[in-house]
Design a binder for this molecule. Sequence first.
Ligand code: SF4
Ligand code: SF4
Length: 289
Amino acid sequence: MKQITVLSGKGGTGKTTLVASLAALTKRIVVTDCDVDAPNLHLLLKPEVIQTQDFGGSNKAVIDEIKCIKCGKCEESCRFDAIKDVIVDLVLCESCGVCTYVCPVEAIRLKENLSGHAFISKIVYGLMSHARLNPGEENSGKLVTLVRQNARKIAEKEDYELILNDGPPGIGCPVIASISGVDAGLIVIEPTLSGIHDMERVLSLLKHFQVLPLVCINKYDIDQENTRRISEFCKSNSVEMVGKVPFDSLVTKAMVAGKSVVEYCSKSTVSKSIEELWKQTLEHLKKKS
Ligand code: SF4
Ligand code: SF4
């Protein structure tokens, strides 16, 4: 089984719409949405949930009102101002545990808090592992790990050969969780100066984790000069450029229709370029094994 994570360094580069197209081209695949803070791949892949799992990513202070003698020591000691009038604000609580230590009657304990849910769903092209973190909750890296573990389990059980991860934006903890142990990282960038900078940051992350880097330029024709720069950078750093996708308003029309562009208009130039990009990506993956 092979695993690829599609990355972008920042949001809004067309990564998710590309992932939806790649899933549609593959036909039998396990897809994950690792952007658990703001998932949106479900809008295009329309998953039918078959399994839901609670995610308790964090511990929060809980006060036993019967035991509490209302001495106020916990409120005084909480440096995050998470306790007011013997009520814990779950959003402000940082799980440090100081209140449990200072309470003279052991009326406070840390309890696992429901931070979100993980889902396994059916999609037209196979299966999907995804999740949703509750607003204000942290630990998205841990939830991404759960999403990937679930994907691996169902892929092994149902004998799937490929897992395609839609990675979170940025280069933080959730991104690291989305690339650990994958066979390739496909970076999607736009030909802008910030795009080049983002690509360099993601490349160094992939290098650190010894993941094969592949690059594709989305809307390459909006700035030919920057496209040339990216191509040269890739060439001089021995990074494979697997494709260039042109700007096309069909992509937006497809999104509005709730479809990937390859489903919406398979004969279009943009769809053909995505097909070619996917072909190149899979060939590099094959060579690696
Ligand atoms: S666990 Fe820490 S942050 Fe949470 S309420 Fe207690 S002292 Fe405050
Ligand atoms: S420190 Fe313990 S007893 Fe005192 S107010 Fe807080 S929970 Fe109640």
